[in-house]
Design a protein. Sequence first.
Length: 111
Amino acid sequence: MTRTRNAAEEPNTEARAPRYRLRLFVAGEEPNSAKARSVLARVCESHLRGRYELAVVDVFEDYQAAIDSHVLMVPTLIVEEPPPTRIVVGSFRDVDVLVDALGLPVAEDRS
């Protein structure tokens, strides 16, 4: 099953800022997958509000999508837009590493 969250309805205050299209592959509610979902949602809301589309693919329900995308481990995040395509594997416990992988500035205060 693939769920898509579209943040396009929110106002875009940074007209020139790139839009992000993300696909997160998870294994149901396994701990690492749940952590990855939580951390990614927090990063998207704090850094990309109104500028991202996130599709969550549960490989237990749609394993063919993982095969088609060459995903061998979960959680895996594929950043499809903006180019170049980037792939991040892991539960994203280190938020700064995820933010850097997305090409975003690291926030001073992440309270």
